[in-house]
Design a binder for this molecule. Sequence first.
Ligand code: DAO
Ligand code: DAO
Ligand code: DAO
Length: 207
Amino acid sequence: AICSPVESRTGEVFPEDVDGGRRLLGVGVRRTNVLGLKSIGVYAFGVYADDSDVKKLNEKYGTATLSELKDKKEFIADALESDIRMTVRLQIVYGRLSIRSVRNAFAKSVGTRLQKFSASEPSDTDELLQKFVSLFRDDQKLPKGSVIELSREEGYVLRTRIDGEELGQIQSKLLCKSILDLYFGEDPLDKNAKQEIQLNLASRLKT
Ligand code: DAO
Ligand code: DAO
Ligand code: DAO
């Protein structure tokens, strides 16, 4: 399978590699409704994974075929759980986000996933959310063209950067999983992107 570095609905172009050899798996767009009517694109995103880490999935899926893996839920669940270095790169296309709307959207999208996944692995989700939120300043601006990078580093460390500047790192398997789940989990922000990501992830096992 191949992956275009251009997100077609926004025209945003993504690097093919980031962070020392993590390769692009798929691109998509995060949309939202304004006033319940118009759907606008907020940011385009690209999802990347380290090739050698992806091979960890071979132990369990090495003998499965591409067509078996491309729709298999358990395969994606294992990718979300495993210690695979990945990066999600967000490129802002809607430059008039208010702090309040970002907070609300975030509490909904990431907050609900933290709740959902912590049912099986107890942990203090409020404290995790607080830790993450405290990385950002109240006067942080996100003009069109801003780049946010959220990455899972070795040992389930979530690393956050805005325009290349590192804001901080938080060690939490649950937080890493909750954020990646937005992009290729069960109920993804962009269904086409999720399919592309899953297909490319599967094909990386085969090469
Ligand atoms: O401001 O009227 C508006 C629209 C708000 C849309 C909020 C969506 C925010 C998505 C999170 C962006 C994180 C970078
Ligand atoms: O308060 O529940 C929460 C989550 C907040 C997450 C991120 C807050 C970022 C605020 C700055 C936005 C700048 C446009
Ligand atoms: O799209 O709903 C979503 C959530 C996106 C998660 C990204 C969190 C990064 C927040 C950046 C705030 C910048 C001040």
